[in-house]
Design a protein around this ligand. Structure first.
Ligand SMILES: *Cc1c(COP(=O)(O)O)cnc(C)c1O
Length: 387
């Protein structure tokens, strides 16, 4: 870590050295046998990480927003009704995106720091027939987490396709795509999946693929069209060469390394590690008398935490002071909220990283003249970590 700061933002994150060194492997042809094999392995391993043996994985160059775009553009036809269940910034984005493809969008939005209830969702579903609904597992602007399972149940009950924006949760929070019956679970490489930015990743259920196949109009986005990408995914999985658009070769090799690391750790243990580290961070914030955005711990994410700054501490003083202490954290994303900061704790994050981050936060709070008991945050976190 010498000469370099610890990157603790909600993506990109700190990457495993093995993943980074794979990025520098000389780029090969996208139809070279070793690349085909790597791509095929990634597709197979995604089914395990997503817990979706029946799903169709897609690996396409792009960001998380493109993964959202891919799901939206392939499943929406002009005039379809869509329900967007928001918990912050990325819900707004999904509504705007679906409207581009001609959807009639209804929008459910909770108070800042809380979630839309299952009852509110069911009320909306009773009133109108929807083609699909979207929900954000962890909203990265607020660190509020929803429980996808009862929403997926409602999707089955009312025959509505379900799209989970899992950009800030896949490989960090518990997701069981097949068991819960979610139609699309999407993410991007740079978050808990642990690969530098540049890959849009999603897994689509047989029901989502059937909905795509029964479209009456062409997909409004040429690059995103599953009709272009499905044959490529199938070819690579059959270990055959194929081409639609040049895949980001080095990123796919790196994805293979990261998915292997994730599965070697074991997915359940990985979720528990995220929970443990998040618990320790929340305990530290509480001990420092700093309030987090989520209204209670059951809806607080394990992949990042959004924390209100004390009055009289400006983000423009605080965040550079944390950086000067060696740790990069993020500012708030919501413009009309009280000032807050965000700390990402996902991927290969460990106890030492989180303790170092809390130490840097205490140093910055002191510099900003906030009054607190020195080491209170560190001690609270260490108690959780040792417990
Ligand atoms: C980061 C994020 C996105 C957007 O991903 P990009 O890669 O920045 O396009 C979408 N949704 C959620 C929940 C995110 O955390």
């Amino acid at each position: 870590m010498k000469g370099r700061k610890l990157l603790m933002i909600p993506g990109p994150i700190e990457f495993e050295p093995a993943v980074l060194s794979m990025m520098s492997k000389p780029t090969t042809s996208h139809v070279a046998p070793d690349f085909i094999d790597s791509f095929g392995n990634c597709i197979e391993m995604m089914r395990n990480v997503w817990q979706s043996p029946s799903g169709q994985p897609f690996i396409v160059g792009g960001t998380g927003t493109f993964a959202m775009d891919m799901a939206g553009s392939n499943l929406i036809e002009p005039g379809d009704n869509a329900l967007v269940i928001s918990s912050g910034f990325f819900g707004d984005r999904y509504a705007a995106l679906l409207k581009r493809y001609g959807a009639n969008v209804d929008f459910l939005q909770p108070q800042l720091g809380s979630v839309v209830t299952t009852e509110e969702i069911e009320t909306a579903l009773k009133q109108k027939k929807y083609k699909l609904m979207t929900f954000t597992h962890v909203d990265t602007s607020t660190s509020v987490k929803i429980n996808p399972q009862p929403i997926a149940e409602l999707g089955k009950k009312y025959d509505v396709l379900t799209i989970l924006d899992g950009v800030c949760s896949v490989a960090g929070e518990n997701i069981q795509q097949d068991a819960w019956g979610i139609d699309v679970v999407l993410t991007a490489s740079q978050k808990a999946v642990g690969v530098p930015p540049g890959l849009a990743l999603l897994v689509a259920s047989p029901k989502a693929m059937a909905a795509y196949n029964s479209r009456k109009t062409p997909v409004g986005n040429y690059y995103a069209d599953w009709g272009n990408w499905l044959p490529i995914m199938q070819a690579y999985e059959a270990r055959k060469p194929s081409y639609f658009g040049t895949p980001p070769v080095n990123l796919v090799f790196a994805l293979e390394v990261s998915l292997k690391i994730i599965l070697k750790e074991e997915i359940e243990k990985r979720f528990k590690r995220h929970q443990h580290i998040a618990d320790s961070f929340r305990a530290a914030m509480k001990a420092l008398k700093l309030e987090i955005i989520p209204a209670n711990d059951t809806i607080a994410a394990n992949t990042l935490t959004a924390v209100y700054l004390p009055t009289n501490v400006a983000p423009t003083d605080f965040i550079p002071a944390v950086s000067a202490a060696g740790v990069i954290i993020a500012g708030g994303l919501l413009k009309d909220s009280k000032p807050y900061f965000r700390v990402g704790h996902m991927g290969s994050v460990n106890a030492t990283d989180i303790l170092g981050t809390i130490a840097a936060i205490e140093t910055a709070l002191k510099k900003c003249n906030y009054s607190f008991t020195a080491n209170a945050g560190l001690a609270a976190a260490q108690n959780v970590l040792l417990g």
